[in-house]
Unconditional design. Structure first.
Length: 87
């Protein structure tokens, strides 16, 4: 079995996807809030940086991990949570 196969993971927080966009509407109804308030008050409440990750940000991080520049990263999570776990 080869020993030089990297094994890492990208661990993003909420990413702006159709699924998350649908959750905004559902959470607004569930909490009786306007949709404009749901991100800050519900979905992103635990995050210091109040924004969704963009799909391109996650793609760039994964491209780094699987590309030649990421060869030294092995067995480690790449946490992309906009400060959620640092608070």
């Amino acid at each position: 079995m080869p020993t030089d196969v990297p094994s890492s993971a990208s661990c993003p927080a909420y990413v702006r996807t159709p699924l998350v966009e649908a959750q905004i509407t559902a959470q607004a109804e569930a909490h009786g809030l306007p949709e404009a308030s749901v991100l800050d008050e519900v979905i992103l409440a635990p995050q210091p940086v109040k924004r969704l990750l963009e799909p391109g940000e996650v793609a760039a991080a994964v491209a780094f991990l699987v590309g030649p520049e990421g060869r030294a990263v092995n067995g480690a999570p790449l946490v992309m949570d906009l400060g959620w776990t640092a608070r």
